[in-house]
Structure formats: structure tokens, C-alpha cells
Ligand binder design. Structure first.
Ligand code: PMP
Length: 756
């Protein structure tokens, strides 16, 4: 029953008197029947803002003018306002009552109803086309472009199978988020569900409850309606395809709109059930909140096996193939590779992935399924970043030549790149791969010192050429290697604070590992030309050397007359968050820096930067020239990458998101014994799995299994380290906080499923 303030409010503010009864539905709405047989709806709420009410009023007016739908116009207060405030802070609005039945009450949606609905929604889009976006900042719990805001509430769902369904639905939805901003947008009703669309004699006659109207991609209107039609129909895709077809007969959808439709439907269903889980905690008896819960879950379950590509095709009503870039099946491609490609190359995952597109932090397979890429530190600023792509395309269309000619791009880029480095590191060489760069770095050190011997870190990988294999224990000690270092190669232990000779001693460990470098130098019969190390060890097991290590080790190397080469191929370009270069976090400066992978965001570019005097020693008459190195296209791309890192504040982002990630992973350690260690800096993280936290017996098979199970959940990871038990995390730097939380939840669920 309404409280007694409502009749008084109606009389005093709106001049209306009559019988008042509560209406069904999730909001506090009352039917008012006056003595002169007029009917109204009074809505009471706490969150009616004057600005959004004015907007809603305008939206209703435009729909009334632009369509033949019955819509609930606002009844103004006696003083000419759209709402009246109650003493307790709530607000009330009065609307004309609209005749008609909720379409949800008429059972299975008929063919005609589906068609009417599609046409109606398109007409609403046209009716609202003139309304500008404005700066509406009200909370938007149902905004489909912000569905991710509910993702964290997945934890409120107790059943692991249901949680998995939800993770998958949100995941597919988030895979299209990056495309929404470019879609046709305008005001939409925002909640064309089975209670808000009114029908009479099988025809759509009215639309009520404009309280969720908002500026959105227009296709969201359709997706929301489809999510309900599909819940209420025994043949969900058939009914939905009818709606879509009828919509398109009035307003054609672009290919992009059609592509995102199915993921948006999943997103809406996911929000529906997640909201239910949340609301159950507030008031489990308010049945109107849970009207769609059961059917939404059932539909989510039905759609579980439908890939985004198939879903999109079926919503188009069949007969219309979605994408032309599917190519051969994964099985056929695997077979062809067997015939044509070198066999010493393995494919990732038990069941290899066929990838057809990339965008941001996502890769998409041939079935349109998104995969969150936590492996690719090459596509640093995001797969196919539009600014990087554009820079390359523009330059490629204008000029590509080599470094024997003068062009601005080379020196502009060298200037920009060296500005990121400590003073003194001022002379650049541009090449095409990390291997080429490391080769050159060795040649520089040898030319400058007149020596040959090299100190390398155990477990390190520096590249695939003959010389680099010789300084990569990861390779020559690994499968197929002969296990023995060449006579000019001297191995120092990896400065691992988790396992190894000096584990767990903090700064003391750093000093102890550095002393081992000194001891190796002392045992050498000839002094070293160089010490080469990654600033953080990647293939070596995502190891962050302990404090003091580099400082002291570099002192000892320099005392012996050797140069210091730091390989930043994996860890450079702001990945570590705290600083732009990983070595800066240790307060050291190398003599030679080696850059690769992220430098060109996937374009084959690499660089060596050193001091001028070292480069001068190398300039002995033998010219250095690399055909493609530093070409105008590469320089334009390299420059665009630096621009994006700066403009999108990716260093700061890596710092913040990396911290969130590390904290999230660490929080799993109390629940999952198998996680022995979580370590990292910024977006360079490692999770080491062990069977026993005391003996540190490595859980390599489990790590591999886990990586494959997470792939099934749409997350790409890999294992590495000398024992194969470290899960490597080094994603594109545009990873979001929601992504991080999803990975942490999924990792936990997958580990629980495996009983660890
Ligand atoms: N250095 C490090 C640390 C690397 O990880 C790699 C490649 N994995 C390289 C050098 C070699 O780079 P590329 O494959 O571009 O030759």
C-alpha cells in the first residue's frame, strides 16, 4: 500500500485525486484512477534528477511525435515542474497511463509481434535521431557499453558452473567493447523488455518506462530487446532473426553493428543475472527483481556453445555469411604447416589456435571468439593500434628507402628514442630483430674492448643466431643443445631470490649473487669483453633480480674492463611501470642497450643504443649497413609507438594495473597452495607453481595443464623458466582493470577445478 503522503502529494502538487494501487514491476510505481475515469501512473524514486527527467520528457515527446506509439507523457505539477519532492527526499513524477498489454503476458511471441517489435525499435531510433548526446552523467547500471561494471559481482554467484557461464558471456561482450565507439549512436529507450513494450490485438502499440533512456550505440536497443525475445521464445534465434530482419527493413544495420549484436545480447543477459545475484542480497523477496532470472540463465546456458560468428550469422537469419577471413580450418592449416614449414617450430597449446584478427588486448579466432592476450609483449600498445597502423600505412604510401639517404624520420626518431634514455646513451643503430641487435651489441663490445669472452646469465635467451645460441644457456642447455658452453662463454647464476643458492636473503641475496659474478670473472683466464643480461629475466623464469645485485655486479664487470650490455627486448618501453627502462628501477646504466619486440608494436624493428665512444671504436673502416634497419616506415612506426605510450599514459597505467594484478595474484596464495611465488614489476609478472612450498618441487605439468585450461576460458598465457613451471604474464599494455580481475577469478576457479 502507498504511504499516506502520496494522495496528499498528488492532490497538492498535481491536482489529481483518486484510487491508488501499486503496479507490478521493479520500480515503485502506482496506478491512480481518478473519479473522472482518467488514469495516471505516479512514480516515486530517490534518483530522479531534474536534468535527466527533462531529458526523459524530451525523449518521450520525440517518440510521440515521430512514431505512432502510445507513450506516457509527463503531467506537470501545478507550478510547472516535471517532478515534486517529498519530505523524505524522494521525488515523484506523474505520467499519463497507457493502455495495452505487456508483450510478456501474451505468451510465445508471434511472428507478427517480432516483426512489429523490430520495426518499432528502428522507428524509435529515427524519432530520436536529432537529440544530441549532451553531458548526462547519471549512473547507468543498465548501460550495455558499461556492462563490465558488474563483472566483479560474478563472485556473488555460488555455483562454479554458472560463474563460468557468466565469465564467458561477459568475456565475449568485452571482446567487442573496443568497436562500439565507432558505431552509429543516438538516444535509445534502453529497456525494451517484455514489460515495457505494450501490445494490443497482437500489435505493438506502446512503449513505457523511459527511465533508462540514454545516449548509446543504436544497436544496443536492439540487443536489449533481443535478449528478452530470446528468453521468451521456444526458438530463440528464429524469433530474434525476425526482429532483426524487420528492424533492418526500416533501418539497415552496418556490418559492424551486426557483428556486435550477439555479444551485446550475451552482455545484457550477463548483467541481468548478475544484477539478480546482487539484488538478492538486498531483498530476496522482491519477486519483481527476479522475473527474468531463471529464463536468462537458461538462455545463457543454451548460448554457451554458440560462437560469436555463429551467433551473428543466426541473428541475421542464416544464409548471410559473416566474415570472409575465416580461411582454412585449423586442422587443415596444421596439416599444411607439416608439409611446408620447418618442423623445428612448435605451436602453442594442445589444440592450436587459429587467429584471424587482433585488437587492443584481444585476439580473435576463426569463430569470432575473443582471447585475452597475456603473452604478447610485442603488440605493446595493443594489437593493431590504429595510430601505429595509420603511421605505417601513411609512410609506406609515401616513401620507403634505406639509411644511405637523408630523411627526417631517422634522426627524428633517434632523437626521440635517446631522449628516453639516461645521458650518454646517445648513439643509435637500427636493425630488424632482437637477435640482430644482440649480435651487433656483442660486436660493439668486442670492437671496443678488443676482447672476446662474454659473461652470460644461466637460463638466458638472447636470440637465434649461431653466436647468440652460444650465449643462450636456455638453448644450448635445453632440448637439442649439447649442454656445454663454448670456451669464450662464462655462465653466472641467475639472481633468483625464490630458488637458487642465495634465495630469500633480500639485499644480501643481491650481493651474494653479484659476488658470484665476481668469482666467475676471477676464474676466467682472459678478461671479459662484456657481461650481457636481461634487466629482468624473462625466459629465465620471470625473475626480478634482488636489490643491490646489478649495482654490485656491474661494478665488478667494469672493474674487469668489460662492457655491460642490458637486453631490454622483452622488458623495455615502460612495461615495468616505475620507469621507462627496466634497468632504471635498479639505478644502473648499461653501456649498451638492446631493444626489440615492443619497439615497433609487431613491425620488425630493433635497435642498439650506446655511447658515442663505443660506436667510434666500432667505426674501424668496415661499414655497418642493414638494408631494412631504420627505414622510413620503421621509423614512423617506432615514433607512433612512443607517441601512444606517452599520450595514453601507458607507463602509469602499467604501474597501476600491474600492482592490481600482482596483488590479486598474491591474494590467491592463501587459497591455492600450489602457487609458490608471485613476482614482477608492472605488467611483467610471473607465477611459479610448486608441489611443495618448502622443497619447491616444480609443478611443470600442472602449469602446462593450467595454461591450456585457461585458454579454454579465453585467456592466453604461457609457461617458461628453466623448470617450465612459471606462468609468464606480459600482456599488451592496454590491459584493463576488469581484465585483470577476470584473470584472477578465472585462475582461481581453474585451480579449484583442478583440485589445487
Ligand atoms: N632477447 C630476448 C630477451 C628475447 O626474449 C628475444 C626473443 N624472444 C630475443 C632477444 C631475440 O629477438 P628476436 O626473436 O626478435 O630475434
Amino acid at each position: 500500500m502507498p504511504d499516506e503522503s502520496i494522495p496528499i502529494l498528488l492532490r497538492d502538487a498535481f491536482g489529481v485525486e483518486g484510487r491508488i494501487s501499486r503496479l507490478p514491476g521493479e520500480n515503485e510505481n502506482y496506478l491512480v484512477e481518478s473519479a473522472d475515469l482518467r488514469r495516471f501512473v505516479v512514480k516515486i524514486g530517490t534518483n530522479f534528477e531534474a536534468r535527466s527527467l527533462a531529458l526523459e520528457k524530451e525523449v518521450v515527446r520525440l517518440v510521440a511525435v515521430g512514431t505512432d506509439l502510445r507513450v506516457p507523457s509527463f503531467v506537470m505539477t501545478r507550478t510547472g515542474h516535471v517532478h515534486e519532492s517529498l519530505d523524505d527526499g524522494r521525488r515523484a513524477v506523474l505520467l499519463e497511463f497507457i493502455d495495452g498489454d505487456e508483450w510478456g503476458s501474451v505468451g510465445e511471441p508471434s511472428r507478427e509481434l517480432c516483426e512489429e517489435l523490430g520495426q518499432t525499435l528502428a522507428r524509435v531510433a529515427f524519432a530520436l535521431a536529432g537529440l544530441e548526446a549532451g553531458d548526462d552523467v547519471s549512473a547507468r547500471p543498465w548501460d550495455l557499453t558499461l556492462a563490465g561494471q558488474h563483472r566483479g559481482d560474478i563472485v556473488l554467484v555460488a555455483d562454479p558452473a554458472q560463474r563460468r557461464l557468466l565469465e564467458a558471456a561477459f568475456h565475449v561482450h568485452s571482446g567487442v567493447l573496443g568497436r562500439l565507439a565507432a558505431l552509429p549512436s543516438g538516444f535509445i529507450h534502453g529497456d525494451a523488455n517484455d514489460e515495457n513494450v505494450l501490445v494490443e490485438s497482437g500489435r505493438v502499440v506502446g512503449l513505457i518506462d523511459f527511465g533508462d533512456c540514454l545516449y548509446n550505440p543504436l544497436v544496443c536497443e536492439l540487443a536489449i530487446a533481443l535478449s528478452y525475445i530470446m528468453q521468451r521464445s521456444s526458438r530463440p534465434f528464429e524469433a530474434a532473426a525476425r526482429v532483426v530482419k524487420a528492424y533492418r527493413s526500416e533501418r539497415e544495420l552496418t556490418t559492424d553493428e551486426l557483428d556486435v549484436l550477439f555479444p551485446l545480447v550475451l552482455g545484457r543477459l550477463a548483467v541481468t543475472v548478475t544484477m539478480c545475484a546482487k539484488r538478492r542480497r538486498i531483498d530476496p523477496d522482491r519477486s519483481s527483481w527476479f522475473a527474468s532470472e531463471e529464463t536468462a540463465w537458461a538462455l545463457l546456458k543454451d548460448l554457451e556453445k554458440v560462437s560469436p560468428t555463429e551467433g551473428s550469422e543466426r541473428l541475421r537469419g542464416g544464409g548471410e555469411r559473416v566474415r570472409g577471413d575465416q580461411g582454412a580450418t585449423p586442422e587443415r592449416l596444421t596439416e599444411k604447416r607439416r608439409q611446408l614449414i620447418n618442423p623445428a617450430l612448435s605451436l602453442a597449446y594442445e589444440e592450436p589456435l587459429k587467429i584471424v584478427r587482433g585488437r587492443g588486448q584481444y585476439l580473435y579466432d576463426h569463430r569470432g571468439r575473443p582471447f585475452l592476450d597475456l603473452v604478447n609483449n610485442v603488440c605493446h600498445v595493443g594489437h593493431c593500434h590504429p595510430r601505429v597502423v595509420e603511421a605505417g600505412q601513411r609512410q609506406m604510401a609515401k616513401l620507403n628507402t634505406n639509411t644511405r639517404y637523408l630523411y627526417d624520420g631517422l634522426t627524428d626518431y633517434a632523437e626521440r628514442l635517446t631522449a628516453t634514455l639516461p645521458d650518454g646513451l646517445d648513439t643509435c643503430f637500427f636493425v630488424n630483430s632482437g637477435s640482430e641487435a644482440n649480435e651487433l651489441a656483442l660486436r660493439l663490445a668486442r670492437a671496443h674492448t678488443g676482447r672476446r669472452d662474454v659473461l652470460v646469465v644461466d637460463g638466458a635467451y638472447h636470440g637465434h643466431t649461431s653466436t647468440l645460441i652460444a650465449i643462450s644457456p636456455y638453448k644450448f642447455k635445453g632440448p637439442g643443445g649439447d649442454g656445454r658452453p663454448e670456451d669464450w662463454v662464462h655462465i653466472v647464476p641467475v639472481a633468483d631470490g625464490y630458488r637458487g643458492r642465495h634465495k630469500g636473503q633480500g639485499r644480501d641475496a643481491g650481493m651474494a649473487y653479484a659476488a658470484e659474478v665476481g668469482a666467475v670473472i676471477e676464474r676466467m683466464s682472459r678478461p671479459p669483453a662484456a657481461f650481457i643480461s636481461e634487466s629482468l629475466l624473462s625466459c629465465g623464469g620471470q625473475v626480478i633480480p634482488p636489490a643491490g645485485y646489478f649495482e654490485e655486479a656491474l661494478k665488478l664487470v667494469r672493474r674487469s674492463g668489460g662492457l655491460v650490455i642490458l637486453d631490454e627486448v622483452q622488458v623495455g618501453f615502460a612495461r615495468v611501470g616505475e620507469s621507462f627502462w627496466a634497468f632504471e628501477t635498479f639505478g644502473v646504466v648499461p653501456d649498451v642497450v638492446v631493444m626489440g619486440k615492443p619497439i615497433g608494436n609487431g613491425h620488425p624493428l630493433a635497435a642498439v643504443v650506446t655511447r658515442r665512444e663505443i660506436a667510434a671504436s666500432f667505426d674501424n673502416g668496415m661499414e655497418f649497413f642493414a638494408t631494412f634497419g631504420g627505414n622510413p616506415v620503421s621509423c614512423a612506426i617506432g615514433m607512433a609507438v612512443l607517441d601512444v605510450i606517452e599520450d595514453e599514459r601507458l607507463q602509469q597505467h602499467a604501474h597501476e594495473i600491474g600492482k592490481r594484478f600482482k596483488t590479486g595474484l598474491q591474494s590467491l596464495m592463501s587459497r591455492h597452495e600450489v602457487i609458490g611465488d608471485v613476482r614482477g614489476l608492472g605488467l611483467f609478472l610471473g607465477v611459479e607453481l610448486v608441489h611443495d612450498r618448502n622443497t619447491l618441487v616444480p609443478a611443470a605439468a600442472l602449469a602446462n595443464h593450467l595454461v591450456n585450461r585457461l585458454k579454454e576460458r579465453g585467456i592466453l598465457l604461457s609457461t617458461d623458466g628453466p623448470l617450465g613451471n612459471v606462468i609468464k604474464i606480459k600482456p599488451p599494455m592496454v590491459l584493463s582493470g576488469e581484465d585483470v580481475d577476470m584473470v584472477v577469478r578465472s585462475l582461481s576457479d581453474a585451480l579449484s577445478e583442478l583440485g589445487c
